[in-house]
Design a protein around this ligand. Structure first.
Ligand code: SAM
Ligand code: SF4
Length: 453
């Protein structure tokens, strides 16, 4: 695919709040009026293999921009208690998946490397006690560079981790101070080098654009530094500023946040530099080297999207464990309690900590497949889709999308015919908004989503 095209005029028109479509329907549609029995059935009826996500919520220090579900604490023993409960939770799910094998496991957070080496050893022993793995499973972990010594990194490798993802965000000192996350570029350079030497198969770095005081010139330098470090994948997230939801973000002065047009320049900068350095723009916020699994999956038409973003696997076979985790298995979505005390209480009462969920109906599944195809591959073969989903008339079925798509078509962001829907190079930045034309539920809670770019 060619490098994206830019048109700043479009920002006023299309930079609305919208879902990131890590699932369809989105997590906002989950309801507490939901039959938990559907989960048991979905898990038992799932295929032979599953992906596992474990949420580790603890962090030592608050980053002001953070929109993740996290608990800031200095008390290391809190993780011991959490692992006790995670063990109970694993025991509750285990009988439902006893005949399955895990092909991918991802530890996210919060900060999984908040755990000591001893706690990490215990966690992985619990995982292996409760679940069986395929040979060569992908075992990945999110790392806050400030909480990972060389010894801990070596230890992760001996525990079987083969993929790492580092939180970087930006290297500029003024930005780092404003977000309360000061970390030295040399530390990250060193950790990447060591990760490579230790044989981690895939290394990802997270950046954010739209942070306070970011300027195209300074961000350019950060990206140059990242390129020099030569990671396999780079995430460049759009800063989701929702201060009414995340109290820490209220510490960021509004006037320090780049205007939408500057924010778009930051993204433009990142896409241009990374593309020139040989990274494939996967979509929205992901870049990968041409020989990385994500880029190969996209070229081969089998890229997927799940709660972690673009992925090679686990779109409808992802079991999430831990506080706030979301699962999607076999057309059923469910979420765990988000607050630790309530999460502990539910497990103490012998229940799985499920607070809400949703079973997709046939129409949801059809739309989920369409949105996934468009957001992952920017193109939909309408004839093939009709045949797969037994639709007589595609555009009659999606009649309500036609007026919504019209402005995108007129502005050259989408090409549409009876045979194909194609997001143009110019339209790729707005793919979330284009997908939203096919979202039956979009009226619900639009202002709880972040801006598209
Ligand atoms: C769980 S953290 C990664 C691991 C570790 N806690 C760390 O920060 O290094 C996940 C990533 O989400 C991104 N993130 C967090 N809050 C965000 C926000 N408000 N907008 C956009 N991206 C955000 C950051 O890039 C961060 O690295
Ligand atoms: S960005 Fe990472 S380290 Fe910072 S508060 Fe959020 S989860 Fe914790």
């Amino acid at each position: 695919m060619s490098v994206i095209q830019w048109d700043k005029k479009l920002i006023d028109k299309y930079n609305i709040n919208g879902p990131r479509y890590t699932s369809y329907p989105t997590a906002l549609m989950l309801s507490d009026q939901f039959d938990r029995g559907r989960i048991d059935h979905a898990l038992q009826a799932a295929g032979d293999e599953l992906c596992l996500y474990l949420h580790l919520p603890f962090c030592h220090k608050l980053c002001y921009y953070c929109g993740c579900n996290k608990v800031i604490t200095r008390h290391q023993h809190k993780a011991d208690k959490y692992l006790d409960y995670l063990a109970k939770e694993m025991a509750m799910y285990q009988p439902l998946v006893a005949d399955k094998r895990i092909r991918q496991i991802h530890l996210g957070g919060g900060t999984p490397t908040f755990l000591t080496e001893q706690q990490l050893t215990r966690l992985m022993a619990l995982v292996h006690q409760h679940f069986r793995f395929v040979d060569n499973a992908e075992v990945s972990i999110e790392i806050d560079p400030r909480s990972c010594s060389d010894e801990k990194l070596r230890h992760l490798r001996t525990l079987g981790f083969n993929r790492v993802s580092y939180g970087v965000q930006d290297f500029d000192t003024k930005v780092q101070i404003a977000i309360n996350r000061v970390q030295d570029v040399d530390l990250i350079r060193h950790q990447l080098k060591l990760s490579k030497a230790l044989g981690f198969e895939s290394i990802n770095l997270d950046l954010i654009y739209g942070l306070p005081y970011q300027q195209p010139e300074t961000f350019k330098k950060s990206i140059e530094q990242v390129i020099e470090m030569d990671p396999d994948r780079i995430s460049v997230f759009s800063y989701a500023h929702l201060p009414q939801r995340f109290a820490g973000q209220r510490k960021i002065p509004e006037e320090s946040i780049p205007r939408p047009s500057v924010k778009l320049s930051l993204l433009e900068q990142a896409i241009t530099q990374l593309s020139e350095a040989g990274y494939q723009f996967i979509g929205m916020d992901h870049f990968a080297k041409a020989n990385d699994g994500l880029a190969i999956a996209q070229r081969e038409g089998r890229l997927q999207r799940n709660f972690q973003g673009y992925t090679t696997d686990g779109q409808d076979a992802l079991l999430g464990l831990g506080v706030s985790s979301i699962s999607q298995v076999n057309g059923v979505l469910w979420q765990h309690e988000k607050e630790l005390p309530a999460y502990y209480k539910m497990i103490d009462s012998g229940q799985r900590p499920i607070i809400k969920g949703m079973a997709l109906n046939d129409e949801d599944k059809l739309r989920a497949a369409l949105i996934s195809q468009v957001i992952c591959h920017f193109e939909l073969d309408i004839e093939a889709f009709k045949a797969q989903w037994q639709l007589d008339d595609f555009w009659a079925h999606f009649a309500e999308a036609i007026p919504l798509l019209k402005p995108f078509i007129e502005d050259g962001l989408v090409d549409v015919s009876d045979k194909k829907l194609r997001v143009t190079d110019l339209g790729r930045l707005w793919v979330r908004s284009i997908c939203a034309c096919f979202d039956e539920y979009l009226d619900h809670g639009q202002n709880r989503y972040s801006k598209v770019v």
